[in-house]
Unconditional design. Structure first.
Length: 363
């Protein structure tokens, strides 16, 4: 977390504590429908709806809770959810509980989605089904951005509702960090968006922004919200401060982040093309096949850098990878140092998945 943001949160909490007569700012005491609601949470939701240019907003304790609750209760009998094959697991868990039908389509494939929609409509006899299309703006493992404009075209042609998870787009894209949907000017064409607070914002929780009728429905029927203790005041304060900080800093930090991405990608040209996951986002991936190999390289890198291995079965066997996420607080010097170390590791990687000890270390 930025020291400036941490200071903002501390000052805001101190001011609230003083206003309350010095009493402790602890838990919210209950769910939103019971004792856990507050004027502060309702005001924050209004602010977030206005910021994201939506009619309404509803807070959840996490992005997982939000997706779980949404997809468990929104699809009704006869409805169909078409979802990208790389969608977040939280969406999949919600669909296991829903009363509609779930069908996946090939990742980011416009033709595959168009065909899936056509198949659903062709198979409808008694009534035209409600179709929900679930995608992410930026995918967490490959870093791919979804072709959202084309997906909007497909949704509108079929009368479908497009739901976009902006967990990895918030802060990184759009004016003041509003997300990729906002950057592309698609707010009015998307049914609802999910923004999480634990990535770029560095705090905790999530919000769905969309029609008021949706937020009212979720408040009463999303069990992951109804039966959960709501976010405490200090978490709400942190969210408000994080959004204020993002509004001030997003433009400058986005420009710096794009420069880092360009620097990183220039260094990738020395690697075989099939080893590089093509991504224009801060999420970059390098294929290092085999769990042993990717673990060995990551262990060496983690002596200096926070780079994590992604092993099978989280990703398909043979597609194990290093997940590298660039941040606005990184420097170009750090990017070059990372790539220098990575080049050395890959050159020393042996067929058995182990790293050969460098000559200097054997002396």
């Amino acid at each position: 977390m930025s020291p400036e943001l941490a200071r903002d949160i501390e000052q805001e909490l101190a001011a609230l504590k003083e206003a309350e007569g010095g009493g402790p700012l602890i838990g919210s005491t209950g769910s939103r429908l019971l004792s856990g609601n507050s004027a502060f949470s309702e005001e924050l939701e209004q602010e977030l709806a206005q910021f994201h240019r939506a009619e309404a907003a509803l807070l959840f304790n996490s992005g997982f809770d939000l997706n779980l609750g949404f997809f468990a209760c929104v699809p009704q009998p006869g409805d169909v959810v078409l979802y990208d094959e790389l969608i977040h697991q939280s969406v999949r868990e919600g669909m296991k509980l829903c009363r509609g039908r779930a069908i996946q389509f090939r990742h980011n494939d416009i033709s595959a989605l168009r065909q899936a929609v056509a198949d659903v409509l062709a198979g409808a006899y008694d009534r035209r089904p409600n179709i929900i299309i679930a995608v992410e703006s930026v995918y967490s493992m490959d870093g791919h951005c979804a072709p959202l404009a084309e997906f909007c075209d497909i949704a509108e042609s079929a009368g479908a509702s497009l739901v976009v998870d902006e967990a990895h787009g918030t802060g990184v894209y759009g004016p003041e960090g509003r997300g990729l949907v906002s950057e592309l000017g698609l707010e009015s064409r998307v049914f609802c968006r999910v923004h999480t607070f634990g990535k770029a914002l560095g705090v905790h929780g999530a919000v769905v922004v969309g029609p008021r009728v949706l937020c009212d429905y979720l408040l009463n029927y999303a069990w992951s919200l109804v039966y959960s203790t709501s976010l405490p005041l200090h978490s709400l304060v942190a969210v408000r401060c994080a959004y204020s900080f993002m509004r001030r800093e997003a433009s400058k930090r986005q420009l710096h982040l794009q420069r880092l991405i360009q620097t990183f990608q220039k260094r990738l040209t020395s690697l075989p093309p099939d080893q590089v996951l093509q991504s224009s986002s801060p999420i970059q991936g390098l294929i290092v096949p085999g769990n042993s190999a990717v673990m060995a390289v990551a262990k060496n890198l983690r002596e200096r850098f926070d780079v994590l291995p992604i092993r099978s079965p989280t990703v398909p066997a043979g597609k194990e990878r290093l997940r590298i996420i660039l941040h606005a607080h990184n420097t170009e010097e750090q990017v070059h140092a990372l790539m220098n170390t990575l080049d050395s590791c890959l050159q020393r990687l042996q067929p058995d998945g182990q790293l050969q000890t460098p000559p200097a270390a054997r002396l």
